[in-house]
Design a protein around this ligand. Structure first.
Ligand SMILES: NC(=O)c1ccc[n+]([C@@H]2O[C@H](COP(=O)([O-])OP(=O)(O)OC[C@H]3O[C@@H](n4cnc5c(N)ncnc54)[C@H](OP(=O)(O)O)[C@@H]3O)[C@@H](O)[C@H]2O)c1
Length: 253
């Protein structure tokens, strides 16, 4: 299915990394969504987004700091004005942070900071955009991003089952714990939003070269972005509540 049938998509954390890659990917698809809403903390400083905006009439850049209640409220209102009665089809909770922390070095502050950004904020952003997703969901019957979807960008490191196979904490205590909790948010949202027809899933983007992924990452954005966009274009009811990777394979919880 063409991604163009997804009328309006909103991505968080779009000034760099995977978020920027997703925005570029959505804009390059033919047909492209009618509205690609790229959000970031500092739109004025997001030079690549501003450059893309000059080239693509369907791109809007909105300020959104996922930790700030007022910013979430304002971005929701601005999005509502953009999407109107047709609502928002797809929310991609991509923004996230990492901190290297071993068992020896991890602090309560690290744990709380990562939980706040990678878990709590994702739920608050999803809650805020829910009315707009519901509006879009009323207008179709087949589940998918063309109708209404919440995609939580998670990580393979959050998988309890994969961890039990290799048992290495890999110096990312707070990150993997917060992402495991994010996966539970996906499960809870999936249970609560099935009756609304809003598809909810966790997505593992692969270990990719970005500021977070680092230079040792084996994958590049140009490999994973087309993969992710294909996965998103094809998710349906069977994928509701699933944890999929950028190739569309199931990641065990
Ligand atoms: N790269 C990987 O290998 C990998 C693997 C698995 C999962 N992931 C996940 O993929 C997502 C994107 O990662 P990435 O590699 O693109 O990371 P990145 O290059 O570090 O980019 C992170 C993005 O999140 C934004 N962000 C952080 N805190 C924010 C906040 N409070 N409000 C709004 N935006 C905020 C950043 O904005 P600022 O520039 O303003 O800080 C930036 O745009 C994350 O959820 C990450 O956990 C990445």
């Amino acid at each position: 299915m063409a991604l163009g049938t997804c009328r309006a998509v909103l991505v968080t954390g779009c000034n760099r990394g995977i978020g920027l890659g997703l925005v570029r990917g959505f804009l390059a698809r033919s047909p492209s969504p009618d509205l690609v809403i790229a959000t970031c903390r500092h739109p004025d400083q997001a030079q690549e987004l501003q450059h893309l905006k000059k080239q693509h009439q369907n791109l809007r850049v909105l300020q959104l700091d996922i930790l700030c209640e007022n910013s979430i409220k304002k971005a929701t209102q601005e999005t509502e004005a953009l999407v109107g009665e047709q609502g928002l089809n797809c929310l991609i909770n991509n923004a996230g942070i990492n901190r290297i922390a071993t068992l020896d070095s991890v602090t309560a502050q690290d744990m709380l900071a990562l939980y706040e950004t990678n878990t709590v904020a994702q739920l608050m952003v999803s809650k805020a955009f829910l009315p707009l997703l519901r509006k879009a969901a009323y207008q179709d019957v087949v589940m998918g991003i063309h109708r209404a979807a919440i995609i939580n960008v998670s990580s393979q490191s959050a998988s309890m089952q994969l961890f039990s196979q290799n048992k290495k904490s890999e110096e990312v205590y707070p990150y993997r714990i917060a992402k495991t909790a994010l996966n539970m948010i996906t499960c809870c949202l999936a249970a609560d939003l099935i009756s609304d027809g809003i598809l909810c899933m966790s997505l593992e983007p692969g270990w990719v070269k970005t500021d977070m992924g680092g230079s040792k990452a084996p994958l590049q954005l140009k490999e994973i972005i087309p993969g992710i966009l294909n996965v998103l274009a094809n998710v349906r009811e069977k994928d509701h509540g699933a944890f999929l990777n950028w190739k569309g394979e199931v990641v065990p919880w």
